[in-house]
Design a protein around this ligand. Structure first.
Ligand SMILES: [Zn+2]
Length: 255
């Protein structure tokens, strides 16, 4: 063993300690200032609050306003550049039967139509409504059944199985899901990440459409995080909002 080794090790340790002190004195305050530049818009008791990274109590993923603005806008499922209003004008056949909320079922088993029917030619490719999505359900069984609620004449609610046929469900960053049914074919897999140009399937005649006497169409539903359907007209007709615009007007103090 070289006698000089212990001296060298001591010198090395002093060096490391010195670097740690420099880090403490200069670099950590620098990082602190950097982190303090981050403002976090959060909710407390239903009101907006601004937090700093140091006052966050739980692991948090931050989304920029650009992210929210970009991914809360929707487009046509046929990727044809049509706005949602144009889509309805062009592809809805009967406004008393094809829209969300129209009556379905029988007098004994009343239920509502939980989507909208868009009459495009059979085998029309369908795409996500958004530039990003995750496939949360795929079924390529042409007789695939889905549970739905119906109301009996005495007002009690029960569930019934409806034949949806080949189905694709896609989740968008806003937490909304679209469901496409009666497809002739599906081209995606469960969990797959898709974009606005991903062909997820083609329209068709599977499911209960075969017994209804109706021509091929896309049955499209929108569902929230609780899996409740809602009228696409209430959400998709509105696409001009901007979180950045809101933030420009916001005047609340740091917490
Ligand atoms: Zn339908």
């Amino acid at each position: 063993m070289n006698k000089k080794s212990p001296g060298f090790i001591r010198f090395f340790i002093y060096g490391v300690v010195l670097l740690m002190v420099i880090a403490d004195v200069f670099y950590i305050p620098y990082l602190h200032r950097k982190l303090n530049n981050i403002k976090i818009l959060d909710v407390e008791s239903g009101s907006p609050v601004v937090l700093s990274p140091f006052s966050l109590k739980k692991e948090t993923i931050l989304l920029t306003s650009d992210f929210v603005d970009h991914f809360s806008k929707y487009k046509s499922p046929f990727n044809d550049g049509l706005t949602f209003n144009e889509l309805i004008k062009k592809y809805i056949r009967n406004r008393w039967a094809d829209h969300y909320g129209c009556m379905r079922g029988t007098r004994e088993k009343k239920r509502i139509h939980e989507g909208i029917d868009l009459y495009v030619p059979e085998n029309t490719p369908v795409y996500p409504l958004n530039d990003f999505g995750i496939v949360t359900e795929v079924n390529d069984n042409p007789h695939y059944m889905v549970k739905a609620k119906y109301t009996q004449p005495d007002g009690t609610v029960d569930s019934i199985k409806i034949e949806y046929g080949k189905t694709v469900r896609i989740l968008y960053p806003e937490g909304i899901e679209s469901v496409y049914t009666h497809l002739n074919d599906v081209f995606v897999t469960l969990g797959q990440e898709v974009n606005g140009n991903t062909e997820v399937g083609i329209t068709g005649l599977t499911g209960n459409i075969r017994n209804s006497g109706k021509p091929s169409h896309l049955h499209m539903e929108l569902r929230d995080a609780a899996n409740s359907s809602f009228d696409p007209r209430n959400r998709l007709r509105f696409d001009q909002g901007s979180v950045s615009y809101f933030l420009k007007h916001l005047k609340i103090v740091n917490k």
